[in-house]
Each structure stands twice: as C-alpha cells, then as structure tokens.
Design a protein around this ligand. Sequence first.
Ligand code: IPE
Ligand code: MG
Length: 174
Amino acid sequence: IMDGNGRWAGARHLPRIAGHRAGIAAVREVVEGAARLGIEVLTLYAFSDENWGRPREEVSFLMNMLGGYLRSEIATMKANGIRFRTIGRTERLPKTAHRWVEKAVSETTGNRGMVLNLALSYGGRGEILEAVKRLREAPDSRGDLTEEQFSEHLDTAGLPDPDLIVRTSGEKRI
Ligand code: IPE
Ligand code: MG
C-alpha cells in the first residue's frame, strides 16, 4: 500500500508531486528487489477508488506518471520475465494511461517470472460489487455458491492471498 508521499515531501518543504516522484523511484527499487528475492507476486496498491476525489491536477500528474512508468519499464519487465497485471476498475483510467496498462499486460502475458500486480482505481467494495455482477451473468450462478467459486470472480482470481502487507507512511490501516 503506497502511502505517505505527500507527507514525505511536506517534511522536506517540497511540493506533493516531489513525493510522488520519489515514490516511483522507490517502486523501481522494490520491484527489482522483490524479483531478485524470488517473490512470486508483488501487488502495489497505487491508486484507490477514493483517490479520484483528489484535486484534478494531482490526479492527472499521477496518471501521467503511471503512463510514463509503464512506457519506460515494459522492456525491463520483458527482460526479467515479469508478468504485469492489474486489479481494479482500470477502464476508468484516462485513455493514455489505460493504453499503457493494456500494452504492459499484453506484452508480458507469456512471462513466467514474478507477477507485478498494480491496484489501479481499486477498492474492496467495488471489487465485491463487480464479482456479484459477473456471478449474476455466469451460467452456473444457480445453486450453492462456494468461497472458491466466489474467489474466481474477484479481480484477484488466480492470485494467492497476500503473506505480508506493507503500508508505507507508518499508518497501520487497510
Ligand atoms: C501515496 O501517497 C500515493 C498515492 C496514493 C497515489 P499519498 O499521496 O497518499 O501521500 P500522503 O498520505 O498524503 O502523505
Ligand atoms: Mg495517503
């Protein structure tokens, strides 16, 4: 859970976006370190459903930064066998950022190394709601529903449950 960028910057008398830039540098280091350690799945909660409520300039800065990050990292992901995927309502992203997301997913889909999963426009309630909608359309939606069947309709289908959750910034909440 990526948090505390703004406070990191504020403590240094810098604008919030300087914190976001430093955050991206930290992301690069963490992704590289996790892959080297043999971590199977790394999920970065980069942008929540609630984050759309931030000032427009900040949202567009973050979206541009996301596009720029993917544009510069796709080659590295391919070279390192990283498989990129997302959870969340990515269709809500601005067109350019969305296109980079799709490109990163499709160009790394055959890779077998670490899964780099980005939570974008993600929220737990939204995820459950989408799962329920998908279930309503599933042909096998009648009869008893098991946890396993429900899990298959969550954004995280195919991903293991997390072993460790780190929230930067020092806040202890999810
Ligand atoms: C995390 O840092 C970055 C995003 C959520 C995009 P914040 O922007 O939440 O920084 P603080 O929590 O206000 O310090
Ligand atoms: Mg925050």
